[in-house]
Ligand binder design. Sequence first.
Ligand code: MN
Length: 431
Amino acid sequence: MISLRYTPLPASLYKENRDRLAAKLPAGSLVIVHSNDVYPTNADGTHFFHQNANLFYLTGIDQEESTLLMQVAEDGAHHDILLLRETNEQIAIWEGARLEKEEGSQISGIEEVIWSDNYQSLIAELMPENKQIWLERDNHPRRLTYVQTRNERMADALKANYPDSTYESIYDILTKLRLVKHEEEIEQLRRACRSTGEGFIDLLPQVKAGMGEWEIEGILAVGYMRRRSRKFSFSPIIASGANSCVLHYISNHTATKDGDLILLDIGAEYGHYAGDMSRTIPANGCYSPRQRAVYNACLAVHKKAKQLMLPGIVKVDFERDVRAFMAIQLLELGLITQAEIDEHPSDPPAVRRYYMHGCSHSLGIDVHDICPADAIFAENQVWTIEPGIYIPAESIGIRIETDVVVKSDGVEDLLGFVPIEVEEIEAAMRG
Ligand SMILES: [Mn+2]
């Protein structure tokens, strides 16, 4: 079997994912999903290869120049073909061998594996036989579209060569499928969260005022790699002092100071699934009274949000209710007034001065996993819970984030073993 840094998920899961997709498509459909490109840096350099999440979801294949073709017949029956880049001696010497056909088959559960240089002739054969062509197009509302993906490039070529075919996107269908996690995916997220949380627990007694944010990032990297993560699941935010109020601060270049808070928004990936956790800790190991008050206000909202996340609740209603509860906390902290709440009690606009992001996003293969805008919470979805309070005038920025699985009677906290109370964090920092 293939040797990987992480424990892979079984081929049966990927087969089931393809079955579920095929069941949603009419007979005569052809699905074409490509891997991502290897993106250049400069000269002969490349970025770390990051697989297309939908191709990974449907095949488990983590390799460039890979393609999935699925032909769907009556009643969801489907015939799948996996195309892989042919490996050779030169590739083996310089980069390490690529997957053999048998290995591609073992990982994906797809019996028919052929080399990717057969793509054009195979397409020429299949296109006339199929009525609807389903392509992978990333329609994420907040996507930055400066660079064309491999899927988009291949789609353009296909549409130019076969203008009479009908083209559809699998994005909306996969968005709904990926929202609900399979038990095996939840297990992978559990491992990602274990790495994320344990690396943080290792860090706590090592933090001292004066330490560079970059040193904290380095300690976390060691903890994550040692636990078989391949990398951070996103650029880690290690934000001390005033930086804690910059929501996406990632340069991590400032030395921490005595009296600073340090906001850490960090995550380890494991087996292509993402952990995502935030904690806010005092650089010197002890929260000031004001820091403690703001922290506990944020923690109260965090706990309330965990209670509110129940199957059947509409996500946008949940977000509004969290903001309404946040309003009460901000009032008690003296940050907003009762008059500002009375203006619009169910969703006071003043809250957004101090809490300007959402509480929850779906989590999975992607950190911000694709998710329908009108999502309703349901069992076996995985969400973050991450309220924050940001007061630039006081250099206090606090975010407290955990990852949960929605269950019938509440949530399972995948990071429940990580210190979260003020006393727990101070005790862990004392060592
Ligand atoms: Mn998050």
